[in-house]
Design a protein around this ligand. Structure first.
Ligand code: ZN
Length: 152
């Protein structure tokens, strides 16, 4: 989920296009992006330009933010005790996905599955993929909760 949001702001300079990026919720300002409007650009249109800039930021940001965590994941991550075996798979998969982003998810599953090398001839199925996908999401949600709790 997106953590930041941009909005157009007015500055002392009427030909300056400026947006402010704030944290969602608390609205704490993290960054102000300023850009002079092209020379001769009508100053009364500068606020609109700033608005476009903010909209551009927001739409690109929404798209880039990994939207893998939803409320349901939060609830489940909170409510459920973690199975250490699942946790291990989730951590290993998360690490692999980060280190080798070109790997397909099923390749990642093949590498981190707990049954591999434990059950002779085990071949990962949709069951393994579903279990690990869920675990990765819950792990991410838990990490997020931890970060949020620490930030308070
Ligand atoms: Zn498997």
């Amino acid at each position: 989920m997106a953590q930041h949001k941009a909005r157009a702001i007015a500055t002392e300079n009427p030909s300056e296009v400026a947006i402010e990026i704030t944290t969602k919720g608390e609205g704490e300002v993290v960054e102000v992006v300023r850009q002079l409007a092209p020379e001769g650009f009508p100053t009364d249109l500068v606020p609109q330009l700033a608005d476009y800039m903010a909209r551009g930021f927001n739409s690109a940001y929404e798209r880039l933010s990994p939207d893998t965590i939803d409320l349901e994941d939060y609830a489940q991550a909170r409510g459920r005790r973690t199975d250490p075996e699942v946790e291990e798979e989730a951590q290993a998969a998360t690490r692999l996905l980060k280190q080798l982003p070109h790997l397909t998810f099923s390749k990642v599953v093949g590498r981190v599955c707990r049954f591999k090398g434990v059950i002779a001839g085990h071949r990962c199925s949709k069951k393994c993929t579903d279990r690990i996908r869920r675990a990765v999401k819950e792990y991410a949600a838990r990490q997020e909760i931890e970060t949020l709790t620490k930030a308070e």
